[in-house]
Design a protein around this ligand. Structure first.
Ligand code: DUC
Ligand code: ZN
Ligand code: ZN
Length: 478
């Protein structure tokens, strides 16, 4: 058998096993896993780990917010940063704002992504305006286009859906085989806290954290899970930031409900004390849900180890610390009008590897599951992406588990202009990433051009062995 490229002598890791093998790649796919494979082009992977490339399933790229701001990264810079961080596929969001159609939204994001990405990509559709036309015509049309996941918001006046709308979307998603994702925070509690803070003149960035209490997340996750159970539809709770929220996901899973969970590095590595900085500096650490505390970090790690979370995603939401981003409303703007989010698409995997695998919290297969395979399964990409198997795309990250590095703005390759993880030491780094057998990053250099990445038509959601929930009202087929 002849190959275009062979990765030789590495230790292969999948979500279920580790084995020594060469990988033969032909026409962009894995064609053989064996020994003594050879090709005119070979990569020496001795003493290295050869893993499915990361799938970054939560990132905001070339996304405009309902209030007008634009993320600092486009599909080129966002995908490059992802590739340097060991990813081979990205699934950012396409945001429908009120008054926009879904088809119009997807066309807009196609125009932003086409020819721009160095990695294969898809989008999750954010639904903020579920009109009859959207529910009956445009969401089914989106599935046909291969967009098989939607995100709903339970907060933000310009984005949120009410409970009845939430149930409508869940039910359309279930009918077509899509996965609904939810930003679960109670809007009323946030507004009530915000009003009180502002009335007292407490407007600095650090008060953003106080305005989003942990109870707001707990209440909304509970409500969202109840709605998913009523419809018996799959639901992924994104960016879970509290142990109470995680426990709700864990309980729902334990009874077979189709509830899935995601957390993010910022909740594992940062605390709200990072926001306690002079002037606007704390705005660099503003995200929603907000940073919590040390005790929360430890409990979220325990939930990762217990299997509560299917994925750990970056929630990369890059805004520069200037008038194009966080300071768009001035350098003394109240936290309510400062763009929310922080960069992290390049740092996600080195942080998770170093603190997860390196500190004995995760096995290597668990790392692969959390960083790649589970996202591929949830979002209709397995077995094309997310695994090392014959016939799969050769989307591969080669890691040096002994390499030592320091996360800094300079090595993140994004456009945010800062890293909230600046100065953090990590052991274990991706050294080469291959997308469909093509080197995208090698030895610290970008080797692929914008436009290499292709749009992925995703399959419908596979609920596997989850038995789901049955409630008496379902017998009426409403
Ligand atoms: N939700 C996200 O998923 N990311 C950034 C901000 C937000 O509210
Ligand atoms: Zn969100
Ligand atoms: Zn997000």
């Amino acid at each position: 058998m002849s190959f275009d490229l062979v990765i030789k002598g590495g230790t292969c890791v999948t979500a279920s096993e580790m084995f020594a093998a060469d990988i033969g790649i032909q026409d962009g796919q894995i064609a053989a896993l064996g020994t003594d494979l050879s090709a005119p082009d070979e990569i020496d992977a001795r003493d290295k780990l050869v893993m499915p490339g990361g799938i970054e399933a939560h990132a905001h790229i070339a996304q405009n917010s309902a209030t007008g701001g634009m993320t600092a990264d486009d599909y080129t810079s966002g995908s490059i940063s992802a590739a340097f961080g060991g990813n081979t596929c990205i699934i950012p969001f396409a945001a429908q704002h009120r008054g926009m159609g879904v088809t119009e939204t997807l066309d807009l994001y196609d125009s932003r992504a086409q020819g721009a990405s160095v990695l294969d990509y898809s989008y999750h559709l954010i639904v903020s305006d579920p009109t009859e036309k959207v529910l009956n015509e445009e969401l089914p049309a989106a599935f046909k286009r291969g967009i098989t996941s939607f995100k709903l918001f339970m907060t933000y006046d310009k984005m949120l859906v009410n409970d009845a709308q939430f149930l409508d979307v869940l039910s359309v998603a279930k009918e077509h085989g899509a996965l609904t994702m939810v930003h679960a925070e109670n809007a009323g509690m946030i507004k009530w806290m915000t009003d009180r803070l502002l009335a007292k003149g407490l407007t600095a960035p650090k008060y953003h954290a106080l305005s989003h209490p942990a109870l707001a997340e707990e209440e909304a996750i509970h409500r969202a899970i109840c709605m998913a159970k009523l419809v018996d539809a799959p639901l992924l709770i994104v960016h879970v930031s509290t142990p109470e929220g995680a426990a709700l996901v864990q309980n729902a899973r334990s009874v077979g409900a189709k509830i899935y969970g995601e957390t993010c590095p910022q909740y594992l590595f940062l605390t709200r004390e990072d926001m306690d900085k002079p002037g606007m500096d704390g705005a660099a650490f503003m995200c929603s849900p907000p940073l919590r505390d040390k005790a929360t970090q430890e409990m979220l790690w325990q939930h990762i180890q217990a299997g509560t979370f299917d994925i750990v995603s970056s929630d990369h939401s890059p805004y520069r610390m200037d008038e194009t981003g966080k300071l768009a409303n001035g350098s003394d703007a109240p936290f309510t009008v400062i763009a929310n989010g922080m960069p992290g698409i390049g740092a996600r995997l080195p942080l998770l590897f170093s603190e997860g695998v390196g500190k004995g919290r995760l096995t290597l297969p668990e790392f692969v599951a959390l960083s790649s395979t589970n996202a591929a399964r949830l979002y209709g990409l397995l077995p094309q992406k997310g695994t090392l198997a014959i016939g799969a795309d050769a989307d591969i990250a080669i890691w040096d588990p002994a390499a030592e590095g320091v996360i800094s703005t300079q090595n993140q390759h994004d456009n945010a202009g800062y890293s909230p993880f600046e100065g953090r030491e990590v052991t274990g780094l991706p050294i080469t990433t291959l997308s469909r057998g093509k080197r995208v990053v090698e030895k610290g250099a970008l080797r692929a051009k914008a436009g290499h990445g292709q749009f992925l038509v995703r399959a419908k959601f596979d609920e596997g062995s989850r038995k789901g929930t049955s409630v008496p009202e379902q017998n009426f087929n409403l």
